[in-house]
Ligand binder design. Structure first.
Ligand SMILES: C[S@@+](CC[C@H](N)C(=O)[O-])C[C@H]1O[C@@H](n2cnc3c(N)ncnc32)[C@H](O)[C@@H]1O
Length: 248
């Protein structure tokens, strides 16, 4: 939608709160050297494991509880972004089932194909999250809420603050962010993952809270889970879920 029809027949520019209009303004990535972005191997690894992903991570209590926090606090029909949506399950499926307008993005073509199959009621794009904000190659408009489950950990640490600030820009004031990360003091570290290698970053929980607050969010709640994937090819992990609200 590019404008609002008025009674006098003219078209009024859509305001910044119109959800489908790209958000204007400087990119949160402006201070970040985009030429340093290196995704080599990341999409390929998730393409290779997409078909086995649900089997390896069958228990999703954390995602389900954090998604329920979103649905409990959003009016029906809210526009929700699922960043690094993976297979679309359980998150996009649960959000769409609760009557929200869900937009999922993922770097991996195989993940996006599965998500489209699994959640036909949502919209999915094969995109790098670095491209979806203001000034990016594929702006997606404004959102009432964002789910980012285990996707920002796929970035080098230096990129996590600009990525969070970009999500902040995409959200309406007081919009909700459900964020999960694995608790670990690592930066762009190669780990084995279901027979492939991926690079991951993480923080210990105090530092994660600080990074999230500095990006303009308040933390309304938090859960942690000791998680053992159903595969010896992925080590056990501590999962952190933060329930955040965009400060105005
Ligand atoms: C660990 S999986 C989590 C998937 C899903 N959110 C979940 O909780 O099941 C991380 C996902 O992020 C995607 N991803 C990695 N880097 C990305 C990027 N730069 N932009 C968008 N998606 C990315 C991967 O392809 C993968 O599907």
């Amino acid at each position: 939608m590019s404008g609002v029809a008025r009674q006098d027949g003219r078209t009024e520019s859509a305001g910044p709160e119109d959800p489908d209009v790209p958000v204007a303004g400087a990119s949160a990535y402006d201070g970040y050297d985009r030429s340093a972005i290196d995704r080599s191997g990341q999409a390929e690894a998730f393409d290779a494991i997409a078909g086995r992903y649900t089997e390896a991570f069958p228990h999703r209590e954390g995602q389900q509880a954090a998604t329920d926090w979103l649905t409990d606090n959003l009016p029906a029909g809210s526009r929700v972004l699922d960043v690094g949506c993976g297979t679309g399950l359980p998150t996009a499926g649960r959000l769409a089932g609760a009557g929200h307008r869900v937009v999922g993005v993922d770097l991996s073509a195989a993940m996006v194909a599965l998500a489209r199959e699994n959640v036909p009621g949502a919209e999915f794009h094969q995109l790098d999250l670095a491209d979806i904000g203001p000034g990016g190659a594929a702006p997606l408009g404004r959102f009432d809420a964002v789910a980012a489950f285990f996707s920002l950990l796929m970035l080098p640490r230096a990129e996590i603050p600009p990525a969070l600030r970009m999500l902040h820009q995409l959200m309406r004031p007081e919009g909700l962010l459900a964020l999960s990360m694995v608790e670990a003091d690592v930066d762009d570290t190669v780990i084995p993952f279901l027979g492939n290698s991926i690079r991951v970053s993480g923080y210990l929980r105090d530092e994660l809270r600080q990074v999230v607050r500095e990006a303009g969010f308040e933390i309304a709640g938090e859960n942690s889970y000791a998680y053992a994937p159903a595969s010896t090819e992925v080590p056990p992990e501590i999962q952190l879920f933060l329930h955040c609200r965009r400060r105005a």
